[in-house]
Write a protein that binds this ligand. Structure first.
Ligand code: SF4
Length: 352
């Protein structure tokens, strides 16, 4: 049995996290939260891409109020991200936040922690607490001789106790490091010491290229070990890319089904079409289809059909015209410039 099968179930809006529930995909808006129009537009795009929980920063009263407006127009739970000011946590909860992410260690003392926990309790709002490698307390850096997995775990569990002391247990823990191996080790240690659900991610992972690799490695290893109940891929880029990556990590680990998987050939001297451009277009186009199938995009008619055997549908390029393939069998020839639309038509009429 995986660790995640026996973590506590915490409910964020209509999404259950932990206890073997499907691993929820999260992202964060990068609009100004007080700009309701822009924030709603971004969240709706993220919903369409497959985001299941969204987080937005609440740095001021205006943003807290905006949260209430945003919530009316979206369909997924919204988590308020709070830094330092406990009054923003109270305002966010008042305005309907489905969860808050807060560091109880830096909001100014026991009274304030109690005020926030009491409000969270009253409104059944879970709290995400934890630590990022960049914000590990000085005393723990000194105690462990640097930012270590042991220090991160101790810090996270300290924060958990601060909330528990006030009698609340609707907690999700996150430990994030920008170093893959530190992050993996910290999760291995933490999973043995708690049954709260864990929010997994590699922090400040980087740009699309480096960030995707780091996230796939870090989140992938942790999930493979049976740890982690919800994930966020952090990228310096469009948050929709975070969702695409998260979905692919879950699908490749067979932790989620559904969604078209695209395979494409690496191209070689035989390729006579813009295979790379075509594969990218196909990858974008298939995102809206929920079918649990494989689509292959191959560069040539010589090896393409054979290599596409594993796929449910394939297209193979040629010189001026290409092929439509199903389960390795050539169905018909298609003019090269129609390969994408023919594939789309097949998917529109796919009998799942
Ligand atoms: S499918 Fe054709 S073009 Fe693509 S790598 Fe194989 S031989 Fe080359």
């Amino acid at each position: 049995m995986a660790y995640r099968d026996h973590t506590k179930v915490v409910q964020v809006g209509n999404v259950k996290i932990g206890g073997g529930n499907p691993i929820a995909i999260q992202s964060m808006t990068n609009t100004r939260t007080e700009d309701v129009e822009a924030t709603v537009a971004q969240i709706l795009c993220l919903e369409e891409a497959g985001c299941e929980i969204i987080r937005s920063t609440v740095p001021n009263e205006k943003a807290a109020k905006a949260l209430g407006e945003i919530k009316k127009r979206i369909h997924i739970p919204i988590v308020a991200d709070i830094h330092f000011d406990y009054r923003m946590a109270l305002a966010a909860i008042e305005n309907g936040a489905d969860a808050i992410r807060i560091n109880p260690g830096n909001i100014g003392g026991a009274d304030r922690i109690k005020a926030v926990v009491d409000a969270a309790k009253e409104h059944h709002v879970p709290m995400r607490v934890g630590v990022n490698s960049g914000s590990l307390e000085k005393n723990l850096v000194e105690k462990y001789g640097g930012v270590t997995p042991e220090g991160l775990v101790e810090s996270a569990l300290d924060k958990v106790r601060m909330v528990e002391q006030d009698g609340y247990d609707q907690i999700v823990i996150s430990i994030k490091s920008s170093d893959v191996l530190t992050c993996v080790r910290a999760h291995e240690l933490l999973a043995k010491q708690t049954d709260y659900p864990l929010h997994v991610g590699i922090t400040e992972a980087g740009t699309l290229y480096g960030g995707n690799i780091k996230s796939a490695l870090g989140i992938g290893i942790i999930l493979y070990e049976g740890i982690g109940d919800t994930i966020r891929v952090s990228l310096s880029g469009d948050p929709v890319e975070e969702i695409r990556t998260a979905k692919q990590i879950l699908r490749d680990l067979k932790l989620r089904e559904g969604g078209v998987e695209v395979t494409s050939c690496p191209t070689c001297g035989r390729t006579r079409i813009d295979l790379i451009g075509l594969a990218n277009e196909v990858e974008k186009m298939v995102q809206k289809y929920p079918y649990n199938i494989k689509v292959a995009v191959m560069g040539c008619a010589v090896n393409g059909p054979g290599e596409a055997k594993e796929a449910d549908i394939g297209i193979a390029g040629g010189d001026g015209e290409g092929l439509l393939i199903k389960k390795g069998e050539i169905i018909r020839k298609v003019p090269e410039d129609q390969l994408l639309s023919v594939l789309q038509d097949e998917l529109d009429h796919w009998q799942a």
